[in-house]
Design a protein around this ligand. Structure first.
Ligand SMILES: [Fe+2]
Length: 329
């Protein structure tokens, strides 16, 4: 065995307060000490997002993955173009720190699996010839619903200057599996057993950077509800509600204060045994979504490399039609 799942992503940011507001609005629990903010899901006791304040610009610091058999991984890393590193200053002195062939820092940690979420009520759909809900409404008035809290971090997507090389490294050195990809532009990798369709994904860019972290919610309704609520608070861009081809998940992405993204997702494909899964190379038209609204112009823009600043937040009601501001409360 090797990589077993996603644990967290750590970023350097210029303004910690801005980041705290964003991730708390997204439904995560903050724990702030000095110049470090840690965020976890409500029912978990481990970090999913870590922000290191005081940087000149937002920058990916490292991704943390749950893994086993770290000695075997360490032995394979140099042969696949990576290197084993010493513990970065101020970081956890446990697990294995490595750099991939593109210079991206990865922390591999032996960590217990997340406690299995207790199954809730099924997401019911009245379909032709299959009426599962009769004599009652599916939807309650808006005020009936409390704020959504994400269940867990499912996956992390990072920019890579060489997607094929990134995939080769994580599959051969870290023991992950290729789930699907679209040419050399985007690729999704998973754990070999009992994995979400993707745990770590790569999108083509001239350099390394953070694109998005994706959090699971209970069902497609929660994707829409949580996405709408965070969009209204963040006042940045969004993309969704839609459904991906690769992974099949429903999605809604909200832009963070630095131009990267926070995804809510539901209904991801599951790969029980990668040996029984056949990766597909999709056409570029399937690289982002099966259906959904038009893709924002900067959805795959790597602001970490760009001289341009990240887009600025606007007030939720600024320039929006009356109906839209009513919808956002
Ligand atoms: Fe995603």
């Amino acid at each position: 065995m090797a990589v077993l799942g996603a644990l967290s992503v750590t970023m350097e940011v210029p303004d910690l307060e801005v980041g705290i507001n964003f991730y708390v609005d997204a439904g995560l629990i903050a724990d702030v000490t000095s110049n470090v903010a840690r965020f976890r899901c409500k029912d978990q006791n481990r970090d999913s997002i870590v922000l290191l304040g005081g940087a000149p610009k937002k920058r990916l610091h490292h991704v943390s993955l749950r893994a086993s058999d770290l000695d075997s991984i360490a032995a394979r890393v140099p042969g696949e173009g990576g290197r084993v590193c010493s513990v970065p200053e101020g970081c956890e002195d446990r697990g294995l720190w490595i750099e991939d062939p593109n210079g991206m820092l990865i922390h591999l940690v032996e960590h217990p699996a997340d406690i299995q979420t207790v199954a809730g009520a099924s997401f019911e759909i009245n379909a032709p010839g299959r009426l599962v809900r009769k004599g009652r409404s599916a939807m309650l008035p808006r005020a009936s619903y409390s704020a959504i809290t994400p269940l867990r971090l499912g996956h992390i997507l990072v920019f890579s200057p060489d997607v094929a090389r990134s995939v080769k490294f994580v599959t051969l050195a870290l023991g992950m599996g290729l789930a699907d990809h679209a040419q050399d532009v985007i690729a999704f990798t998973c754990a070999k057993k009992d994995s979400d369709h993707h745990v770590l994904a790569f999108a083509k860019s001239p350099g390394v950077g953070f694109h998005h972290a994706s959090f699971q919610v209970k069902d497609p309704d929660e994707v829409g509800r949580a996405g709408s609520a965070l969009l209204a608070k963040a006042g940045m861009g969004d993309w969704g509600f839609g459904r991906h081809t690769m992974g099949s998940n429903f999605f809604h992405y909200i832009q963070d204060p630095w131009g990267s993204w926070f995804e809510y997702y539901s209904d991801m494909d599951h790969i029980a045994d990668h040996d029984l899964w056949t990766p597909t190379n999709y056409a570029l038209e399937d690289s982002l979504a099966n259906w959904g609204p038009p893709v924002p112009h900067d959805f795959v823009h790597n602001y970490e490399l760009s001289m341009a600043d990240a887009p600025k937040a606007v007030s939720a009601t600024e320039g929006t039609p009356v109906l839209t501001s009513l919808m956002h409360g």
